[in-house]
Design a protein around this ligand. Structure first.
Ligand code: SAM
Length: 211
């Protein structure tokens, strides 16, 4: 299987052709080997235009959704990021390419351990993986320049708002069990400014302030 060729095709047809413009994001998608984050028995589908199961009833998101959420974060390279929902670790690797440090929380230990292993093998030194309820955030590392939530809830977990820096950006899918709206929240002097990006479908955010 020529994964490099498949990855190039994915970037051209699913990422660039659909309107992702941030050159740093595109470069990260060319670089990060998505197939390494996908279970062996379905690896051949790694570059398809859909989410894939990663075990424990969870998924690695569709490549375009990962790219869109990343672009919405408007990363320059010096940010401290909190990610809720490590899953396979693929989005974590993309974020690690584009920022100073990534703190990622996963509630399912087996997934967190797998993601940690592959991220270590790939040599990412600016990533820390935690097992726990991400709706509580990570007070000991707060505040964060950016927060990304890769599972869906009906409300914005209050600790995450508290732990977002002033002028910081959070990206989160908000809505019910079957469909949500990808939402950008900016913490401004006057309060939280909300922008709705598009419809989306994510697995539920489970936890104290979850779905
Ligand atoms: N971005 C991931 C990737 O690239 O593979 C996909 C994430 S998957 C769509 C969502 C993940 O969020 C699941 O692994 C799920 O276990 C996790 N999750 C759900 N609720 C959580 C919570 N409260 N804290 C931490 N992780 C949570």
């Amino acid at each position: 299987m020529d994964y490099e060729k498949l990855r190039k095709k994915m970037v051209e047809e699913q990422i660039i052709a659909r309107g992702i413009k941030d050159k740093r994001v595109i470069k990260a998608f060319y670089k990060v080997e998505r197939h390494l984050f996908v279970p062996l028995h379905i690896r051949e589908s790694s570059y398809g235009d859909f989410p894939l199961p990663i075990g424990e009833g969870q998924t690695i998101s569709q490549p375009y959704m990962v790219a869109l959420m990343t672009e919405c974060l408007r990363l320059k390279g010096d940010e401290k990021i909190l990610e809720i929902g490590t899953g396979s670790g693929y989005q974590t690797a993309i974020l690690a390419e584009l920022s100073k440090e990534v703190h990622s929380i996963e509630r399912i230990e087996t997934l967190a351990n797998k993601a940690k292993q592959i991220l270590e093998e790939l040599g990412y030194k600016n990533v820390k993986i935690y097992v726990g309820d991400g709706t509580l955030g990570l007070p000991k590392e707060a505040p964060f320049d950016r927060i990304i939530v890769t599972a869906a809830g009906s409300l914005i977990p209050p600790p995450l708002i508290d732990q977002l820096k002033k002028e910081g950006i959070m990206v989160i899918p908000l809505g019910g069990a079957f469909s949500q709206v990808l939402t950008i929240l900016e913490k401004k002097e006057e309060g939280i400014v909300k922008e709705e990006v598009c419809g989306c479908v994510f697995v539920p955010l489970v936890g104290k302030y979850g779905a």
